[in-house]
Design a protein around this ligand. Structure first.
Ligand SMILES: [Mn+2]
Length: 291
């Protein structure tokens, strides 16, 4: 009897391992994924969405391009807003490293500046840096969070703080507005992004930031730049310089992805996960059911 039980257990374990293997294979594979501005530790962080996104992909290199943990917020308000979902984010990262052999490069931003004292740091498959050059398919990309190039936050702290208060209010309002939209059966809408697009000064601020970064990449003899910080995803060219911004997981829920051939694209969470007809969501539902 115990012999039979023993066999059943072994078969069951093999079955589970096989399922796990299949689950990892179902994930969409990219050469590189870039995430930034998740602001873990705040209530505005779209942590469930980023976790769901991460469970649906697999990559050789994951770049966490700054403001992943909001150290400023935690210092000011304590860790009350730290949810199990915020810890789950790191567990998913561990799984990626373990199962997919993903290399993780954490680039410190301004909200996670507590890491500045540690850089450069190498812990197994994780590297913590302030910036680095990502080389792929013969191209060189300068990777930085981007805050040091932001004239508003680096030169006028008081203005940045004032902006921060207004911004926090906007995000709070955005949350309520979207709860109302959801109740009406409407998809997610980023009110703060819409307002930013309308306000002229915000538009010139964005193009100013992009231009500065493109010039810096050129001075570093790079073909492109990969940044975050302004919560404005982009995949464009400034002259010959490829400007890439990974967006954020507070407003736009976006990431950058590089395929096997070195082509870059912006992935929007909403596109893949809010349209139940899409193949991606069916795939992910299958994956989540299997986990
Ligand atoms: Mn930032």
């Amino acid at each position: 009897m115990s012999f039979l039980l023993h066999h059943i257990v072994i078969v069951f374990i093999y079955f589970c391992l096989d399922q796990k293997e299949k689950t990892m294979q179902l994930r969409k594979h990219y050469r590189t994924i870039v995430l930034s501005d998740i602001h873990l530790g705040t209530s505005h962080s779209k942590v469930d969405e980023v976790n769901q996104f991460l469970k649906s992909v697999n990559c050789d290199r994951l770049i966490l391009n700054g403001d992943i943990i909001d150290g400023w917020h935690i210092r000011k308000n304590g860790s009350r807003k730290w949810q199990p979902a915020h810890t789950l984010f790191f567990k998913i990262l561990m799984k990626l490293m373990e199962k997919c052999n993903t290399e993780i490069i954490y680039v410190a931003g301004n909200h996670d500046d507590f890491l500045d004292a540690l850089v450069p740091l190498q812990l197994g498959n994780i590297t913590v840096v302030k910036d680095f050059v990502h080389e792929s398919q013969g191209k060189r990309y300068f990777v930085t969070h981007g805050d040091v190039f932001d004239r508003v936050t680096s030169q006028m702290k008081w203005l940045a703080n004032l902006g921060d208060t207004g911004y926090t209010f906007l995000l709070w309002f955005n949350g309520w507005y979207n709860r109302y939209r959801r109740a009406m059966g409407k998809p997610y809408y980023s009110l703060s992004q819409r307002i930013k697009q309308k306000v002229k000064t915000a538009v010139s601020y964005i193009s100013d930031f992009e231009q500065t970064l493109a010039e810096f990449a050129q001075s570093k003899k790079c073909d492109g730049v990969i940044c975050g910080h302004i919560h404005h995803p982009e995949n464009t060219y400034y002259g010959k310089i490829h400007y890439l911004n990974s967006g954020d997981w507070v407003e736009t829920m976006s990431a950058l992805a590089e395929d096997e051939d070195g082509n870059w694209s912006i992935l929007y969470y909403g596109e893949a996960f809010q349209n139940p007809e899409s193949e991606d969501i069916q795939e992910v539902t299958k994956i989540n059911a299997a986990v």
